[in-house]
Design a protein around this ligand. Structure first.
Ligand code: PRP
Ligand code: URA
Length: 207
């Protein structure tokens, strides 16, 4: 299941993010802000624990999210551009990382790092990557998490290609996808059109 967030703020931020004249600083800030919006939507069904607090006026029963039920996992590198926005919403978030890069010829993901919280199988994992292109990277990351026993996974991306959405929905129908926009298609090099170019390069200022 994919949920495309339809909101004027998302449209506005995406328009600036995609623009080739947007520089590194603004690109990073926007990627974080968009990640916050996606996280807000993905956590709509978060379970709340009752607690008692005291306002300046009186005691009351309130509800809080148990942050220990979640882990946020950016796919390196570009996913790191989304963690800032997550930390702003969930300051105590446990964060793991999965290192993958696409081989530019085969477009197949290559794994180079995997470090997640020890009790990962007891947590809902919110996986972060700005781009869902062929879907290879997201599928590999999801399969690694499933091998570790993770049962609930949500995938947050800024832009998704229909090809990647189809692959994820067919391979992992249980994984909910939240995205800012489903774009038109992939080009012959596996880049999303109209897209925003190479997300990692734009976040890290490497091109
Ligand atoms: C980009 C992007 C995704 C992947 C998407 O990463 O951040 O991880 O490509 O493509 P796919 O759906 O076809 O797998 P890239 O491999 O460029 O690495 P980087 O984040 O280190 O720049
Ligand atoms: N990775 C990117 O960074 N951009 C694309 O358009 C596709 C994959």
């Amino acid at each position: 299941m994919i949920k495309e967030i339809k909101h004027p703020l998302m449209e506005h931020k995406l328009a600036i993010l995609r623009d080739k004249n947007t520089g590194t600083k603004e690109f990073r800030e926007l990627a974080g802000e968009i990640a916050s919006i996606l996280c807000y939507e993905a956590m709509r069904d978060a379970a709340l624990d009752e607690c008692e607090i005291e306002t300046p006026m009186q005691k009351m029963k309130a509800k809080k999210i148990n942050e220990d039920r979640y882990a946020f996992i950016p796919i390196l590198r570009a996913g790191m551009g989304m963690t800032d926005g997550i930390e702003k919403l969930i300051p105590n978030a446990k964060i793991g990382v999965i290192g993958l890069y696409r081989n530019e010829e085969t477009l197949k993901p290559v794994k180079y790092y995997y470090k997640v919280p020890k009790d990962i199988k007891n947590r809902t994992v919110i996986l972060l990557d700005p781009m869902l292109a062929t879907g290879g990277s997201a599928s590999d990351a999801i399969s690694m998490l499933k091998e570790d026993g993770v049962k609930n996974i949500k995938f947050l991306c800024i832009i998704a290609a229909p090809e990647g959405v189809k692959k994820l929905e067919e391979t992992y129908p249980d994984v909910e996808i939240f995205c800012g926009k489903i774009d038109e298609k992939l080009n012959e090099n596996g880049y999303i059109l109209p897209g925003l170019g190479d997300a990692g390069d734009r976040i890290f200022g490497t091109k």
